[in-house]
Design a protein around this ligand. Sequence first.
Ligand code: XUL
Ligand code: CO
Length: 445
Amino acid sequence: MAEFFSTVDAVRYEGPESDNDYAYRVYDADRVVLGKTMREHLRIAVCYWHSFSWAGNDVFGAGTFDRPWIDGELAPMDAAKVKMEAAFEFLTKLGVPYFCFHDVDIAPAGDTFAESRRNLEVMVAQAEQHMAETGVQLLWGTSNCFSHPRFAAGAATNPDPEVFAYAAAQISAAMEMTHRLGGANYVLWGGREGYETLLNTRMRQEADQLARFLHLVVERKHELGFAGTLLIEPKPQEPTKHQYDYDCATVHGFLDRYDLAEEFRVNIECNHATLAGHSFHHEVAYAVDNGIFGSVDANRGDAQNGWDTDQFPNSVEEVSLAVYEILRGGGFDTGGFNFDTKLRRQSMAREDLFHGHIGGIDTLAQSLLVAAELLERGTLESLRDARYAGWSQGLGAQILAGEHSLKDLEQQVASGQLDPTPVSGEQERLENLVNRALWRAIAAG
Ligand code: XUL
Ligand code: CO
C-alpha cells in the first residue's frame, strides 16, 4: 500500500513546550476533564469531502492541491479505493476517532442509480475493512442531493415529484450504508431546499413536501433498526438565495409544526450560524435549551466575507463559549465535532491538511479546558440563577403557574403593590470573567 503522508509520523500529545509542528500541545486524548477524557468529550471527526475529495478548485480556478489520490488516470473505482487508503492513513496518523462522508465522496456515481448503488456497496465494504484495521469509526453519513443538475431546483422540495423520488432512493441507500458502518448519526443538509426566486416558488407546497420526506426518512430509520440520531444541518443561504432550514429556531419550528421534533436534532455548523446573523454559541444555546442539540460541524467564517469560508477554527474565545453551552447541556450524546473545514486554496501541500487539523483540534481542546473551568467555578451559572431567581418563587412562580390575569396584574401595579427596580445586566463584568478564564488557560500553557 502506498504511503501518502510519508513526511509525517503519528501526531501525538507533546505538551505546550514542544516545537514540533506535527504534535498536539493541548489535545491529550486520555486527559480527564470533568470526569471524561478529552477523546470522549470532543468526539472528533475529519470530513471526507473537503479533506480528501476536493482538489482545491474554486469558482474562478482549477484545483491547486497536491493530492495524488485524486488521479484522473485511474478508473473511477480504482481511484476511489486509492483515495480511501489515503484517507485512512491520514485519520490514523492524526489519531482521531471518527470520520464523516457523503455517498459521492467515497464512491463514484455510475451511469444509472443501480450502478451508483453497486459502487457504494463496494466502497462501504472497503471502508468496513479499513475501520476494522484502524479502529476509526463513523460519526455520520449523508447523501449529496445538491450537486447533480437534477437537484438544481431542490431535492425533497423540487417541483418535480420524480426528483423527490430520486432523492428518496439516494437517501434510502445512504442510510442503509451508514447503518451498515455503525454510524452514530445520519445527517441531512438541504443545500438546495430553498429558492432562487419567489416568482416561481410556492413555499407552503415545498414545506409540505419536505415534511413528507422527513417522515419517510424516519420510517426508513426504524425499518433499518438504525440506532443513531437523525440530524438536520441548518444553513440560511448558499448555494440557494434562501434555504428553508435557516437556523436552529427555524428548523425547530418546522419540526414542531410537522410533528417531527421527537425524531430529529440539529447539526450546528459555526460558519452557518454566523451567516444566519447569529453567534456560534447562540445556535448551540438555542438547541440545548430546546432539547434538539445533536452535533457540530466545527469551522469558522471570515467576518469580512458574506459566504461560507469553512476555515479551521482557531479562536479559543469563540469556541469556548459554544463548548460552555454544550457542557452545560450535559455534553455530546451521539454527536461530536466534525471538521467541516477547507484549507485555503494556496495551502497546496499535503502537510497543510495536518496543520489545519492539528490547530483546530488544539483549539477545541483548549476551549474545552476554558469551558470546563468556567462551569466548575460556577460563577456564570450562579449569576444567571440569581438573575432569574424571581421566577422560582412568589410572584414569578405564580405568573408561570397561570395564577394571575392581565387585569389582576394591572390592579397590583396600579395599587402600587408592585414597583420593579431596574438592575444591572453586568455585561462587562461577565465579559471580564470569561476573559480571565481565557488568560488563566493561556498562563497555564
Ligand atoms: C455545506 C455543508 C455540508 C454538510 C453536509 O455548507 O456544511 O458539507 O455538512 O452535507
Ligand atoms: Co457542514
